[in-house]
Design a protein. Structure first.
Length: 185
């Protein structure tokens, strides 16, 4: 399975990563670490290069990650989708018609159970599972929720990518440029 034909969603940690995405064959990507003052310009550049970029709402410097920020981002920046650990951000993104990706960190069984409760409440369009190098957990989360999965975090090799995809992940989010090259169209 792939996200609109992409196994990899390249994740930009900085402007240099973003510039690589702009000149790549990838249509979809993720902004991780950004500053509020950069948002309009980088989205203008993304649109000019026909790139559809998800935005990690929790990692925007200078902007609080709450439902008011989510509303601003959806109305003014118009990202392809918003990624967040926060229920309010996910709920507002869905209300505004923007794809909502609930990011969950799976540290232990307790964290997994709390994540299931959160997902029931927010009903996101996608779930981003971190760390993504746990195929059996990816399969469990997908089976239990029925929501498509992005796998991210600690995916370092082609085998890690294939393992996560084989377990049911729709795509892999990664800032690893070597993996970008390997899986480019």
């Amino acid at each position: 399975m792939a996200f609109y034909g992409q196994k990899i969603l390249p994740a930009a940690r900085d402007i240099k990563d973003f510039e690589k995405i702009l000149t790549s064959s990838y249509e979809y990507g993720v902004f991780l670490d950004t500053h509020i003052a950069q948002l309009k310009n980088i989205y203008k550049m993304a649109h000019a290069h026909n790139k559809k970029m998800f935005l990690h709402a929790d990692l925007i410097h200078g902007l609080r990650n709450d439902e008011y920020a989510s509303e601003y981002l959806c109305q003014e920046i118009k990202p392809f989708g918003l990624v967040s650990t926060r229920a309010g951000v996910i709920t507002k993104a869905k209300q505004k018609g923007v794809l909502a990706i609930q990011r969950i960190f799976l540290l232990d069984t307790n964290a997994l159970e709390k994540s299931y409760s959160l997902i029931e409440k927010t009903q996101p369009d996608f779930i981003e599972v971190l760390p993504g190098a746990m195929p059996n957990i990816i399969a469990e989360v997908h089976a239990r929720t029925g929501i498509p999965i992005f796998a991210g975090g600690l995916i370092r090799t082609v085998d890690d990518v294939e393992g996560a995809l084989g377990a049911g992940a729709t795509a892999i989010t990664t800032s690893n440029r070597e993996l970008w090259k390997i899986f480019a169209k």
